[in-house]
Design a protein around this ligand. Structure first.
Ligand SMILES: *[C@@H]1O[C@H](CO)[C@@H](O)[C@H](O)[C@H]1NC(C)=O
Ligand SMILES: *[C@@H]1O[C@H](CO)[C@@H](O)[C@H](O)[C@H]1NC(C)=O
Length: 520
């Protein structure tokens, strides 16, 4: 609902990158801006150039591009608190990738906070036991309320129910956190009143503000109940995830790591700690932890835009696909080099950052080698380095580039005269190494005349099998031999292919007729 109150702002940074500021929690599909327009890209080419968002290292894809309009839209719930926690600015680097030619545009999502979280106290009741001898002006630290929002949307003030004994003093801690102290305004007297119950309210600075209320009980203790200054330690507000990782010994104050810290999740950690004595007097501090990156992420290789089939007539240098490598580690630990094996007619050409083009380096011939198993290896520069491999199976697609060839240069058959019409004379055969219909041949006789009659009135050929038959009975006294030309055609349906590729093979076919034995 707060989305309507914000305008989406767009500004160019010093590097020419485009940045979009918009509030968290916008509905899926909401338009963030028109990135095609802002980058000066042709909207009509977005789809054919496979325009897409590749976010750097993030596993979730928060935005998408509508390739029909060029608009950047919300693809996933964007919860500022979940993504950036208490960070003052919540910036996500994103990349827009286009192919043909490969182009990469960086842009930035700047997520703004909305007041979608309530301030919250850790406990429902804050209890104090204060000696009746405590002086006017003594101060007692109140547990702070926590609000997951930031800036003005986080806790801004506290109010305390009006009462006779205590005032509220609101203070700001080192990290900007607002907290309260109970200050004795009028000494306690256990004999008159042994317990005081008050209401403490925490309010954030959002519009409208949100608040949370807690009950504070103070019991007055005897002046002589001997309590000394034993100090205990505890965390002020800490997120669930950090509570699982750090343990603070209440008595010794020793801080221990009990879980796993991940530099990729948080590179600096702040632990607010408070120390209290048994009188409720307290002090605060924050422990800042710098997490050092360790090379614990293997590079990942993404090959989603690789064509798995390349025509065998592709020229050397043809781009077969785009490889993207990512490594979530920082600096050298995240620097990745990519290679492929040497004995293949392909190479990787480094392109824009973390992208490589896979290109052919030589001519391909499906009839010699129809498959390639390419292994891509990505290695980072950490020590020790981590690497990963990915196999790409490429097939070479057929082009009708081989003419059919007869097995013999010429065929000769001998037929006795007075043969039966339809009898088989001989059979011819041809081969073609191309694939399927590109390699399927059809036999026929080239039409020509023989003694004033078409050759087809003497001979016929079965187009599929190449079997040649006599059409009529021959008479040696009239015709001692005949010659016919055979042709081969491939069963091509496309006219283009016929014109360009259908080699017509001619061959000489000769039938020699033998005299019949005359018996008396
Ligand atoms: C490709 O090569 C890799 C490594 O040599 C092998 O593990 C894989 O099975 C091969 N894949 C195919 C389809 O031949
Ligand atoms: C035959 O070759 C043509 C190009 O010459 C190609 O487009 C077609 O896909 C090929 N057919 C087969 C079955 O491989």
């Amino acid at each position: 609902m707060f989305g309507f109150l914000f305008f989406v702002l767009m500004a160019h940074t010093a590097y020419g990158d485009v940045s979009y500021s918009f509030p968290e929690e916008m509905k899926r599909g909401s338009v963030i801006g028109n990135i095609a327009k802002d980058l000066g890209l042709d909207v009509k080419s977005l789809s054919s150039r496979d325009a897409r968002i590749d976010n750097e290292g993030n596993r979730k894809r928060y935005c998408d591009i509508n390739t029909n309009t060029g608009e950047l839209i919300v693809a996933e719930r964007i919860d500022r608190e979940g993504i950036c926690g208490k960070k003052a600015s919540c910036v996500m680097k994103q990349e827009l990738v286009l192919e043909n030619p490969l182009e990469l545009h960086r842009f930035i999502l700047n997520i703004q906070d909305i007041n979608d979280n309530l301030p919250q106290f850790k406990l429902n009741i804050i209890k104090f036991e204060i000696s009746e001898s405590a002086d006017k002006g003594s101060r007692y630290l109140l547990d702070e309320a926590h609000d997951a929002d930031i800036g003005m949307n986080s806790v801004q003030s506290y109010t305390l129910e009006n009462n006779e004994h205590f005032l509220l003093s609101v203070l700001t801690g080192v990290n900007g956190v607002k907290y309260g102290e109970l200050v004795i305004n009028k000494e306690l007297d256990r004999e008159k009143q042994n317990e005081v119950t008050l209401i403490l309210t925490a309010v954030d600075g959002g519009t409208p503000p949100r608040s949370d209320t807690v009950v504070v009980t103070v019991s007055a203790t005897d002046a002589d109940e001997g309590q000394n200054g034993e100090v205990t330690y505890e965390f002020s507000h800490l997120s669930e995830s950090l509570l699982e990782i750090f343990d603070l010994d209440a008595v010794s104050g020793e801080l221990k790591l009990t879980g796993i810290i991940d530099y990729e999740e948080e590179s600096t950690i702040e632990l607010p700690i408070q120390a209290k004595d048994s009188q409720g007097l307290a002090g605060r501090c924050a422990v800042l932890i710098d997490v050092i990156d360790v090379n614990d992420n293997t590079p990942t290789i993404m090959t989603k835009s690789v064509k798995i089939s390349i025509p065998e007539n592709a020229l050397p240098g043809t781009e077969v696909g785009i490889i993207n490598v990512q490594d979530r580690d920082s600096e050298n630990n995240g620097q990745v080099r990519c290679s492929i094996q040497l004995n293949v007619p392909f190479k990787l050409v480094p392109s824009i950052k973390n992208y490589y083009s896979l290109v052919t380096t030589g001519e391909l011939d499906r009839e010699l080698l129809s498959d390639y198993n390419i292994t891509i290896t990505a290695t980072d520069e950490g020590s020790p380095p981590l690497s990963s491999t990915k196999n790409i199976h490429l097939t070479v697609a057929d082009v009708n580039d081989n003419p059919p060839v007869f097995q013999e240069q010429s065929y000769r058959a001998h037929v006795q005269e007075n043969n039966k019409p339809g009898s088989s004379i001989c059979s011819v055969s041809a081969t073609d190494p191309d694939w399927r219909q590109n390699g399927t041949v059809v036999y026929s006789l080239l039409s020509s005349d023989l003694n004033g009659a078409p050759v087809s009135s003497f001979l016929s050929i079965n187009g599929d099998t190449g079997v040649i038959r006599a059409v009529r009975s021959f008479d040696y006294e009239q015709l001692k031999s005949l010659t016919a030309d055979l042709t081969l055609k491939k069963t091509q349906s496309s006219v283009d292919d016929l014109e360009r590729l259908d080699a017509e093979m001619s061959d000489s076919f000769q039938v020699v007729l033998l005299p019949a034995v005359v018996s008396l």
